[in-house]
Design a protein. Structure first.
Length: 462
């Protein structure tokens, strides 16, 4: 039964409001821009420009409109969880938040696998050999994953500076790559000779387009921490506009820069940006730039991971306040004010997914499985977000975003060409998606039956 809309009693303990407009802009940049998508787009060739534009117009812009309006109407901790509850009730709100929470457990390993690969790649032939070696990539990914979770334990007052470093590093990387490409094209011309702006018609292109749309996911993350924003009604829409424009321009310009420096077929979907930086630095005789890029890549990936951790940990906290998860999820650390139980659950879950996905797969295939499962699990909540948009925000924007969301989910089930076994790949994607959804349903039904009727905002401190 849906929780009635109303004003709850003042919470015994609440997250601290640490975030201003500047912090939200950096937060959105870290959440939206993932450097690996630039490499994936460049690998697909010049036709990816049209895919970027389509995704921006029919998914990113509509999602910005819907999320801004929902954030302004319901500026509460939990974001999409609250929106879905207001529109469809507690059961759907739980499934929405559960799917998003799980998607981030899947997303963080794939993000860090790509980040570790890019950082290692710029260190010459030895680094390039290690970049896709399981014996190096697996322990390095797990190490960075645990460091990122531990660093987020001390609250958003600390975490926001990592977003600032990560967001700044992201744009510095883009500026360096574009500068290398500009000099290279003047002196030597573009490596990619034929710029056909129409995407190549193939199943691989269709699968990739769902990832292009996924590259614009992230604006929905900041509203989840609305309870920690000083003025969420004012700053969330402003931050969405500023960061949205910047992220779109970044993706388009950096994709062009990579195609100037490397041929599409030689660009790795995982480490392509580092490849381009190393190639441009070598061609222009400035190898030191490649080392600097490695440092910037490390900071950018750390900022991205930290932003997603910060937002995602607040979803189980919001569900815990509604008593649909164990009471421990509603606890805040006495000193730091962070939902530390949710943090621990995420890092353990992400570690297990990295280990399980590695069974019988290469690093590239593991990465692709993580990406496709993440796309599916992340887009399911967008069905609810745009559904809430039909009730409380613009219907045209909601329809456009919902159509792209459903198409992207369907396309994510197409296996990539390098898949060793299509049946096994499909079993992992379909079986994993169904299993996670069923697990969420079982958890909700269990706690629905024993739920204690107490105010939502009563938090526990330990």
């Amino acid at each position: 039964m849906p929780t009635p809309v109303g004003t709850s009693p003042a919470p015994a303990a609440a997250p601290r409001r640490e975030l201003r407009l500047r912090d939200l802009v950096f937060f959105n940049v870290c959440a939206i821009i993932s450097l690996r998508w630039v490499a994936a787009a460049a690998h697909a060739g010049p036709g990816s420009f049209l895919l970027w534009i389509i995704a921006a117009l029919f998914f990113f812009l509509p999602s910005a409109v819907v999320i801004a309006r929902l954030s302004e109407r319901f500026p509460e901790q939990g974001g999409m969880y609250v929106w879905t509850k207001r529109a469809f009730g507690d059961r759907h709100a739980f499934l929405c938040a559960w799917s998003y929470f799980v998607s981030n457990i899947l997303y963080l390993p794939s993000l860090l696998m790509a980040g570790v690969g890019m950082t290692a790649y710029v260190f010459g032939a030895l680094g390039q050999r290690f970049a896709e070696e399981r014996a190096f990539a697996l322990p390095a990914t797990l190490a960075v994953l645990w460091i990122a979770f531990l660093s987020n334990f001390f609250g958003l007052k600390i975490a926001k500076w990592l977003w600032a470093l990560g967001g700044s590093s992201t744009f510095i990387i883009g500026a360096v790559i574009c500068a290398l490409a500009a000099v290279a094209v003047v002196r030597f011309g573009a490596v990619t000779g034929h710029w056909d702006l129409l995407p190549h018609p193939s199943l691989d292109t269709l699968n990739f387009w769902s990832q292009i749309a996924f590259a614009f996911v992230g604006l929905e993350l900041a509203p989840i921490v609305s309870g920690e924003i000083r003025n969420p009604r004012r700053d969330l829409p402003r931050a969405a506009v500023i960061s949205g424009v910047g992220c779109t321009v970044f993706y388009l310009v950096c994709t062009a820069a990579l195609l100037v420096l490397l041929q599409p077929e030689l660009i790795s979907p995982m480490t392509g940006l580092a490849q381009a930086g190393a190639a441009g630095a070598e061609k222009l005789g400035v190898p030191g730039i490649a080392i600097a890029l490695a440092a910037m890549l490390g900071l950018a990936v750390a900022g991205q991971a930290d932003a997603w951790i910060a937002g995602n940990t607040r979803l189980p906290y919001a569900i815990g306040l509604d008593h649909y998860l164990p009471a421990a999820f509603a606890r805040l650390h006495q000193r730091w004010g962070t939902p530390y139980v949710s943090l621990l659950v995420q890092v353990v879950g992400a570690t297990l997914f990295v280990l399980m996905a590695q069974l019988g797969e290469t690093v590239r295939a593991t990465y692709q499985i993580m990406v496709d499962m993440t796309v599916i699990a992340t887009f399911i909540p967008f069905v609810y977000i745009f559904g809430a948009g039909f009730r409380f925000a613009g219907r045209m924007a909601s329809f456009s975003g919902l159509a792209v969301t459903l198409i992207a989910i369907a396309l994510s089930f197409l296996p990539p060409p390098e898949t060793a076994s299509v049946p096994i790949f499909e079993a992992k994607i379909v079986g994993g998606t169904v299993l996670l959804a069923a697990l969420g349903w079982v958890i909700f039904r269990r706690y629905e039956g024993r739920r204690i009727e107490t105010p939502r905002d009563t938090a526990l401190i330990s």
